[in-house]
Write a protein that binds this ligand. Structure first.
Ligand SMILES: [Zn+2]
Length: 161
C-alpha cells in the first residue's frame, strides 16, 4: 500500500465532535508504520479525557478494513502531548467556517480563558467583543462564548499548553 493511499484513507477519518476536521487536519497522526501486510498508525489524543479518541481509533480501523486491510492497529502515543499548534492551517480555517473559533496563540488564549479578556473573535461577525459564558461548551474540549455585537453563541476550541 502506498503512502498516498494510506493518507487518503486517513483523510476519510474525521473528528467525531467536529466532523469537518479530518484527523490529518487535527495533526494527531504521529507515525505510519507498514510492515508486510500490517499497518500501524500512531495517534496522540487531543485532550486527555476526550471520549472521542476511542471513536477515532475505531474509525481508523474501520476505514482500513473497508479497504481490505485487516492487519491494522492504532497505537496511542501520549508524549509529547498534543497542542493546538498541531492543527493545520487548513484545519483552523475549517474550524472557523464551522462556527468554532480556532485557537489563538497561547498567551492570548490563556488570558482569554483565565482573565476573561475579550480576545476571542466571533466566528459570525469577527468582533472581539465577546464574553465567555461557560468553561465547558458542547464538550469538555471547548468553552462556550457569546458575541456582544451579534449575540451569536459559539464554541471555542480550547488551547492547551
Ligand atoms: Zn458576532
Amino acid at each position: 500500500m502506498t503512502q498516498e493511499k494510506i493518507h487518503s484513507i486517513l483523510t476519510s477519518v474525521t473528528d467525531p465532535e467536529v466532523p469537518v476536521l479530518t484527523i490529518l487536519d487535527l495533526g494527531i497522526v504521529r507515525e505510519i508504520k507498514q510492515e508486510n501486510a500490517a499497518i500501524e498508525i500512531s495517534i496522540t489524543p487531543t485532550y486527555s479525557g476526550c471520549p472521542a479518541m476511542g471513536t477515532i481509533a475505531d474509525d481508523i480501523c474501520k476505514a482500513f478494513r473497508a479497504e481490505g486491510i485487516e492487519n491494522i492497529s492504532v497505537k496511542m502515543v501520549l508524549s509529547p502531548a498534543w497542542t493546538t499548534d498541531w492543527l493545520s492551517e487548513e484545519g483552523k480555517k475549517k474550524l472557523s467556517a464551522y462556527g468554532i473559533a480556532p485557537p489563538l496563540d497561547h498567551d492570548a488564549d490563556k488570558a482569554a480563558l483565565w482573565k476573561g479578556a475579550k480576545l476571542i473573535p466571533c466566528p459570525q461577525c469577527q468582533s472581539t467583543n465577546t464574553k465567555m459564558i461557560s468553561m465547558f461548551g458542547s464538550t469538555a474540549c471547548k468553552s462556550l462564548h457569546q458575541c456582544n455585537e451579534c449575540y451569536e453563541t459559539f464554541d471555542y476550541f480550547k488551547c492547551l499548553k
